[in-house]
Design a protein around this ligand. Structure first.
Ligand SMILES: *Cc1c(COP(=O)(O)O)cnc(C)c1O
Length: 429
């Protein structure tokens, strides 16, 4: 597969470069030059194959020119490791649970595939590769967990001291091995700035192989197509047209859904469900895109004022507003509406949702008032991960996942650091 930069199509890259560097040189994003279309035989058989087989066929179609079958199999075996069940709530209402991975959020899907692919692509390199990542919480825990034990790769995660949740901090600081957590005495922007300075430091880069595990890396986006196909496979036949509501932040999840539909999966509408960071839903209703400063909300994994994947999403619709609005609907909600919908899901369906999934529920509910379709909303985090917001008590819920219980017994290991690049540089020496 060849990739091109959507801001400068003359800039091209092969898989290895596109994935290991994350971003093209000029500001822009990598996109595959073409998207494979799956056979109707494959689509009609989705209900009869398991998720590893499904992931194998999709990866072979997308990256089969770059990766031999045994490499694809190895990558899938070590990354597609947890179920993504579709749960029925109402006659035409389903929730797809993406949170059964080791760090209890859907970021595990992308991070695990990326880690396995990095390990494969870096095999045979004579220098160790160091991944530097700044995190505000969810991404860092998924990346730390996914890269743990990967050969030839060291991982340094910078997180803002006192600004991640207790569960997130445990997930970041208890991994150990080839993963080092750095607790920065500053905010997320400080962490990001330190990482950026490291990437532009010539001396450092001449001495080490530095790479990022950026959230707009294509290797994180692509595996998120698997669960859209998986959801269709779990639906009974004859359930009519399918529409999917996605809780959006940086718009990777939704972009993956649209890629799945370009690869032959029939989805009538996608619903971009957003919090008050509504630059994209505003674009859908007005045709004007205006990035906005980020507003903090209780769905903090969706607090993105200028979503990084939006240009990719536009490209998938030929950069045309009318084409986009034909398949994409968008709605946004404030925190009070989100909290009320958690209660509503509990009382109507006995379903315990996290705030991000609750926003997606609001979106599908609003959509189904006007459209006759089978609706699926994506639940992107385990409700316990955001218990402060949902007000649930883990012992009440009675189902604290085993890995979470163990997590709380492990000691925190982190290197404390002032928000200065010079300190990061001397650590890297
Ligand atoms: C990252 C995240 C989102 C937003 O996903 P995008 O792909 O960035 O749009 C939603 N919910 C949770 C729990 C997340 O961690």
């Amino acid at each position: 597969m060849k990739f091109y930069n959507i801001s400068d199509p003359s800039e091209k890259a092969g898989l290895k470069k596109a994935v290991l560097t994350s971003l093209p040189k000029t500001p822009g994003l990598y996109m595959p030059e073409s998207l494979p279309v799956m056979s109707s035989g494959f689509i009609n058989n989705l209900g009869n194959i398991d998720q590893k087989e499904m992931a194998f066929e999709l990866t072979k179609a997308m990256l089969g020119d770059d990766l031999p079958d045994n490499a694809i199999k190895e990558i899938i075996d070590s990354s597609v490791t947890f179920p993504v069940p579709l749960v029925q709530l109402g006659e035409k209402l389903f929730v797809l649970e993406l949170f059964h991975g080791p760090t209890l959020a859907f970021k595990d899907v992308g991070a695990r595939f990326m880690a396995a692919l990095f390990e494969y692509l870096l095999r045979g390199e004579n220098r160790e590769t160091t991944i530097l990542a700044a995190t505000s919480g969810d991404t860092g825990s998924a990346v730390a967990n996914a890269f743990y034990g990967r050969q030839g790769i060291k991982v340094l995660i910078l997180y803002p001291s006192g600004r991640v949740s207790q569960i997130q901090e445990k997930m970041l600081t208890t991994v150990g091995g080839n993963v080092t957590a750095i607790e920065v005495d500053g905010n997320f922007d400080d962490c990001q700035r330190m990482v950026k300075e490291a990437f532009s430091d010539a001396d450092l880069n001449s001495r080490m192989n530095l790479t990022s595990a950026n959230s707009i890396n294509f290797a994180r986006l692509f595996p998120q197509t698997f669960y859209y196909f998986g959801a269709a496979g779990q639906l009974r036949r004859g359930e009519g047209q399918l529409s999917v509501s996605v809780p959006c932040g940086n718009y990777g999840n939704l972009t993956a859904g649209v890629i799945a539909s370009r690869m032959g999966l029939e989805i009538r509408h996608f619903i971009a469900s957003s919090n008050e960071n509504n630059a994209v839903t505003d674009y859908l209703s007005t045709g004007y895109y205006e990035p906005k400063p980020t507003i903090p909300t209780i769905t903090n994994a969706m607090d993105v004022g200028d979503p990084g994947n939006f240009p990719r999403l536009l490209r998938l619709f030929s950069d045309r507003h009318d084409e986009m609005t034909a398949q994409l609907k968008g709605y946004w909600y404030n925190d009070a509406q989100t909290l009320a919908s958690i209660d509503e899901l509990r009382s109507l369906y006995g379903y315990e949702a996290d705030p991000h999934g609750a926003v997606a529920y609001l979106g599908i509910k609003e959509y189904l008032k006007k459209h006759d379709a089978t609706g699926i909303f994506l639940e992107t985090a385990h409700p316990l991960k955001f218990q402060a917001e949902t007000g649930i008590n883990p012992s009440e819920k009675g189902s604290m996942p085993e890995n979470l219980k163990e997590l709380f017994l492990l000691p925190k290991k982190a290197i404390k650091m002032a928000p200065l690049f010079s300190e990061l540089k001397s650590l890297l020496h």
